[in-house]
Write a protein that binds this ligand. Sequence first.
Ligand code: PLP
Length: 393
Amino acid sequence: MNSTECRNRAENVLMHTYGRYPVVLDHGDGVYLYDTDGKQYLDFSAGIGVFALGYNNTAYNDALKAQIDKLLHTSNYYYNEPALLAAEGLSKASGMDRVFFTNSGTEAVEGAIKLARKYYYKKTGVADSQIIAMDHSFHGRSMGALSVTGTKKYREPFEPLIGGAVFAEFNNLEDVKSKINDKTAAIIMETLQGEGGIHPATKEFIEGVAAICKEKDIVLILDEIQCGMGRSGNMFCYQKYGVQPDIVTCAKALGCGVPVGAFAATEKVAAAFEPGDHGTTYGGNPFVCAAVAKVFDLFEEQKVLDNVKENGEYLYEKLEEFAKENACVKEHRGFGFMQGLEFTMPVKDIAAKALENGLILISAGANTIRFLPPLVMQKAQIDEMIEILKKCI
Ligand SMILES: *Cc1c(COP(=O)(O)O)cnc(C)c1O
């Protein structure tokens, strides 16, 4: 099917929730994608931070193929070995005790909210609790996750959402403190805000929030769906800051392409859930868990974190140079393989021009280009990206 026919037929049948670029992607190899006309694209978005290991990774593909021939799905009424290995991998990587697998990031956030509320309910015997969330946060599109998402544009058309969400200014500890009361069950935040425009938490802020949560027995939920799984140069971004949450949410690069998310918690908090409190038909099925287990193996074998540390710094230097040379760049933020350039104007045209020039870039908010490459990206391709970016402004 040619590209035009595919695009036209898709526009007739898919709901109009995305303004798609006029490109039909066909296959990928390493850090490059190819469209149906054979045109090559250097990928600095990794399917929104998903494809960490690069496309067409043979070891990953073989693990999935082997699992397809054994067992795809069973339900959570029975045990399966891939789920055990995947849970052990996530528990070890995150420092959390117990894991629940979901089908997406949004569902991981839903589960985390439910667990925090149940913990509060069990402790106090009172059901009417509150959750403090941050301005400009993003936690997903379901009604619960949307309720704690700090962008009015996403929330307003769908109100009323779930009650008890209170918003505070990100990186303003005093504001968070002023919103805490006896009803506060949890504080939820991204360690490094993604969709909101690549804003890292300051060290003082995250340390302060963690300390007050500990002091008042408030559940700290860190949403690491985007910044977790190695993107920061640490397995989880909070490890970079030296803090531990009570619950972490994870998705995107967790399965590197299969739809899977998870929330993981300390024993103390996880104990609030009893059989029947939460469930899922697909979540943690053998197919997606075979992928997750393989992802953790490959992170070690391919020394993914070392690459992010080294080449994340290289990307930082290159983007710093670029920011200094171009007056239209307002600010450069982030670290590892999660960085952003805020421009003085909307970046829609830059992303479109990049695509024409064989580079995939995505925005985060109207004025920020976000760089979320596969975690195996090398220096030569970073140089290649900068050369194309120069042509696009
Ligand atoms: C992408 C994202 C989500 C939502 O995940 P989905 O898999 O799209 O449901 C939630 N939180 C953060 C921080 C994200 O980046």
